[in-house]
Structure formats: C-alpha cells, structure tokens
Write a protein that binds this ligand. Sequence first.
Ligand code: BG6
Length: 454
Amino acid sequence: MDFKIVGFAPDEMSHDSFLNIIRAPIKLESPRFAEQLEQFCQRCSYVSGHEGGEKSFDVLRTRLEQLGTGKKEQNRLFYMALPPSIFPSMQEGLKKHCYSKRGASRIIHRAFNGVFQIEKPFGHDLESSRELQRALDPNWREDEIFRVDHYLGKEVVNNLLVLRFGNEIFGAIWNARHIDSIEISITEAGGAEGRGSYFNGVGAIRDVMQNHLTQILALLTMERPRSFSADDLCAEKARVLDWMLPIEHLDTIIGQYGKSPDGNKPAFKDEEDVPNDSRCVTFCAAVGHIENERWAGVPFLLKAGKALNESLTEIKINFKPSTNATIFSTRALCSNTMTIRVQPSEGVFLRINTSVPSLTAQQTSAMDLDLTYHGREIPEAYEVLLLDALKGDEARSVRGDELDASWKIWTPLLHYLDDESAGVRPREYAYGSHGPEGLEEFIASHQRKSSEGS
Ligand code: BG6
C-alpha cells in the first residue's frame, strides 16, 4: 500500500521535531525495526496550521496535492483527535478544502485523548451527540465516517461473534431460558494520574461505560445479523440497544476513590485541577435490562472503575443452576459459567461439573474447561481499526444510530448525577480496593434469585 502521513496542528514545528515525536514512544527491539521505522518516517511530514482559518486549510491542501502529483487517484483519510468544540469547524474546513476530488475521502473521529483533553466521548449526552452529528451530516456520508471505539478492535471482542454464531451449542442456549445473569466489567488498577482535569469533566460512565462497555453488551446480546457487513452488524447492535431500558439511578452504585490505606497512592481529588468538592464518578456499577423476548428478566451487571484492586476486563455469563442436583449424593452442582476474559491474557473458560474419581458414591466437583485459542500474535486494537478505515471497512466502526441508542440508555442517569440540586455524592473507596462499601450487597440484591452454588 502506498501511503503518506501528514501531521497537522496549530503548533509551528520543524520536520525533525515532528519525526522525533513519532520515534519517541517506539521501542526498537531489533536493528530490523530501526530500519523499518526510518522507512516509515520517510513517509511522514508536518504542516502547521498556525495561521488559522482558511489559510491553514490552504496550506494543508497544497501539501496533499504535492504528495499526490502524478497519481491518478488519491484517497484521503482524516484522523481527528480533537475536542468536540473544535471538531465541527475542523471537519467542515477539511470537507471544503481538502476533500479528495480524485478518490475516496474518509474521516475518523477519535475523541481527543491528550494533555489538553476536554471531552472524550462523542458528545456528552444524547442532545450534544446529536448536535455533533448534525454538524457532520451536510458534509460527510455515513460511510465516510469512522467513529473509533478501540474496544471493537480487540481480538476477544471480535471473537464474541464467532463464539455466538459459529457454534450451535452456544447459540441455542443464549437466552433468558438458560442464562441467569450477565456481568461485564472493566476495572483498572491505575487511577486518573495526570488526567485529572479530563477525567473530572467526564467520569467513568462517559469514559468507558457509554462506549466500550455498551459496545460489548451489544455484541453479546444482538440477534444474528444477516451478514457481517457493516450495515447488517450495526443495524442489529442498534436494534438491541434500542430494547434496553434507560439505566435507573436506583439501579446503580457510584464511588470516587480516596487515598490508598498506606497513603502512598493519591485520592482523585489530589490530582491537579480537580476541585476539592468534585463529585466525579470514578467507579460505577449499574444493572440494566433488555426488554425483548430473548433477554427479558436477565439482569446485566455493568461495572467500571479506576484505582481498584486489579486491571481486568471480563464478561461472565452465568447460566441457570441445574435442576438435577437431587440425584447426586452431594446434592450440589455448580452453575455453569462462561468467562470471557478480554484482558489481560485473553481467554475463554467454561465452568462445568465433573465427577471426582472415587470408589464410593458419585462425587462431583467444578472445573474450568479452557477454551482459549493459542498461537498467533494478537494485533493491537488500533492496528486493526486503522487498517479497517484505510480499506473502507466500517464493520468495526460505531454508526450514528448505535451512538444515539447508547446515549439514550445512559443520558437520564448522567443528567441526574450532573444535577447539582439532586446533590448526589459518590461513596468514597480506598485506592486499590474492590470499590465502594455496599457493592457486594448491591450485586447480591440484583442477582436473579435462582443463581447459587457457583
Ligand atoms: C480509554 C479511556 O478510552 O480506555 C481510559 O479514556 C481507559 O480512561 C481506557 O483507561 C481503557 O482502555 P484499555 O484498552 O486500556 O482497556
């Protein structure tokens, strides 16, 4: 693939300084990598938009045209890491001045995720997300827009489709008749160090639950798509999210981390630019319900938080307990559970009952079947998603209607928590703990009464 990369920002910067920014984070594990990195750098250059407005776009257009000299076609992919406030004028300028007249143009919106970060998700509630969408509408077709949710580039998340639709045995039991409850959690051992100001304006729900966690939920619960094309996949994800009821504040428990018990790890409020009275949610556990025929009655426990006891992204499918326990002398069988570990160390495990070798009566014990697939090196999520965008494959991009459906689920809760007059304060939990006090009771009270013994 022949490609060139042009960096564009308001800063004035020499070509060499730009290349040094590219080189800095890359670990060179062998001399061969050093050679490859230099070959890559030869494809990169920088133009400064310091003049602002139309003039900046002219400078960018001139560079893009120079790079395309002599080529019949030139496809352009604009990768935007910008705060939402700048995003509308930027995309408009790109469309007006830099859209490719000899090939395809595509735009990637990735929320700004750097030192000057203001807001990460696409919008901060349903209405603002729709506003951003309206700003895009006159300029770009839906198939020219790639909304990045990097969880969709993770291997185990992709594997959900194969597990569910490629295996008859799982497909047949994937419903409320056989499944008791589903848990999805994204817990992180690190806090918001160095990102306090960004995180304070966003909180855990907007940071990972409205997007990453909701996307996992959609892939787990959607109906079988007609095909794996972007249109069919996104339509089914949006449909199941539409069936999900907005999360009620009574069905949540929220927290904010304080110092670690030994005082070595800072409280969230110790971060720079985080006010002392911050009500930012750094932990949330919520229970959701999907009111369609397949899922009615199944509680979905969704959990995300920073500064917890471990970093773990995991899905747990808790199947109903067996009704056969009475025929075993121990009268105890575990409930089957499928654990899908997204990270660290990707894996799929199925908990089953098995007999314990013995000369006496039938003894049972629970064991985990390891369904982990080994072998190939797993690509980075961003490698996967950027390549998709270059190829124009939108199956792992988030479509506008999915985004809308997911904001509908979370917006009422977010508004309730944002409302100063409601005065809701997150419960403090210690850095490095399991989360706020009361979490275990909260989870137990939302579990279906039939789950036991696992
Ligand atoms: C990002 C959030 O989108 O996802 C971060 O802004 C979070 O706060 C990160 O830490 C988690 O991603 P991963 O790939 O490390 O699980």
